[in-house]
Design a protein around this ligand. Structure first.
Ligand code: SAH
Length: 342
């Protein structure tokens, strides 16, 4: 049996088979067709929207790849007030969004109390939306408070599942074991959990991607965020090359075949390295897009990587542009919470 057929029916391959699939473009079109078939079996032509609110670019961490790292003195820092955040939600709700993602650097200004108050306020105003947090590594007791306040989901990419590669991408005060522990804590507390990694990050080899797949098989997350690495001018990785479109698409298809039910975003980073990147992502197995709901005046400041798209338009324009893109790719946006279909 050929590799793609085998992956499609068994949802798994041997290490050697995964590496074979990852290392050539020979299977790309069959992979794409199989991935699209599987996504349509579970989700039809539906695409879910997540309204992304980037509420702070302060960060205490110093990840070598990220433009808002603490060690970047040239980052122009901002924080959104509760009123500004709720205003984004109101705009988003009027546009049909039923999930809000609060994402930021690890900013100690936002204490657990402040985060919980934000979550509660959003849930009070819009009881039928899902609230997703993406604010990094915390104690389990903090995650428990967020859950108690009504948060439904949590995005925390594991970044890479290999120790050596993790320490190549991060300073020594950050550890893979703690990042993984956070993901298991979040699962344990009943969050819908998102993990994931960048494609083509400096030092990444195919064996690391294989380890990522193996880790995801163990974790069984509800969401998997995958996008190309893109260098940022103010980071130690400024001269590294960006992740490839082809490999990112190949991995999206492989992930869809391993995890047919998974919520898989076609990321802004993918849309940044190719004009039709997000459309291609959808056609390769992705079923989620995360348009920016942040206030336009701050969008350029949430600069994780250079050249980020969608930093100029108003939220309504973003939605219209994306609707057209989703449609042109052959899918349809649905305005519901878009929970995972296990
Ligand atoms: N502080 C939060 C949110 C991080 S930003 C956290 O720790 O989870 C969201 C994601 O952007 C990161 O998980 C990372 O995978 C991605 N990212 C950061 N820098 C990037 C870059 N230069 N290129 C592409 N993606 C990047």
């Amino acid at each position: 049996m050929d590799l793609v057929k085998k992956l499609q029916t068994e949802r798994d391959l041997s290490d050697a088979e995964f590496l074979a699939l990852l290392s050539t473009d020979e299977y790309d079109e069959t992979l794409r067709i199989a991935a699209d078939e599987e996504r349509r079996k579970v989700y039809g032509d539906e695409v879910f929207l997540r309204g992304l609110i980037e509420f702070t670019n302060y960060c205490k961490n110093n990840c070598y790849y990220c433009g808002i790292r603490a060690g970047n003195p040239d980052a122009d820092r901002y924080r959104l007030t509760k009123e500004e955040i709720l205003e984004c939600c109101k705009e988003g709700y009027a546009l049909g969004y039923h999930t809000f993602v609060l994402q930021g650097g690890e900013d100690p200004y936002y204490t657990d109390e402040i985060i919980c108050d934000l979550v509660r306020s959003i849930k009070e105003l819009f009881p039928d939306v899902a609230v997703t947090l993406s604010i990094g590594e915390k104690e389990k007791s903090s995650y428990a408070k967020y859950k108690e306040a009504g948060a439904d989901r949590y995005l925390l990419r594991h970044e890479t599942a290999s120790e050596d590669h993790y320490s190549f991408l991060h300073p020594s005060n950050l550890s893979l074991s703690h990042r993984k522990q956070c993901l298991y804590d979040l699962k344990d507390l009943g969050f819908q959990v998102g993990a994931g990694f960048m494609v083509g990050s400096p030092g990444q080899e195919l064996k690391h991607i294989l380890a990522d797949i193996r880790f995801l098989q163990k974790l069984q997350p509800d969401m998997i965020g995958i996008g190309p690495f893109i260098p940022h001018k103010d980071t130690p990785f400024k001269d590294e090359k960006q992740g490839s479109l082809e490999l990112t698409l190949r991995i999206l298809s492989i992930i869809r075949l391993c995890f047919p039910y998974v919520l898989l975003p076609s990321t802004t980073a993918l849309g940044t390295i190719a004009v039709n990147g997000r459309e291609l992502g959808l056609q390769h197995g992705a079923n989620v897009v995360m348009p920016n709901l942040s206030p336009v005046e701050f969008r350029k400041q949430y600069s994780l990587y250079d050249g980020k798209i969608c930093t100029g338009e108003e939220s309504a324009q973003c939605k219209d542009c994306l609707s057209l893109r989703v449609k042109s790719a052959g899918y349809r946006i649905v305005n519901d919470r878009g929970d995972v279909k296990r």
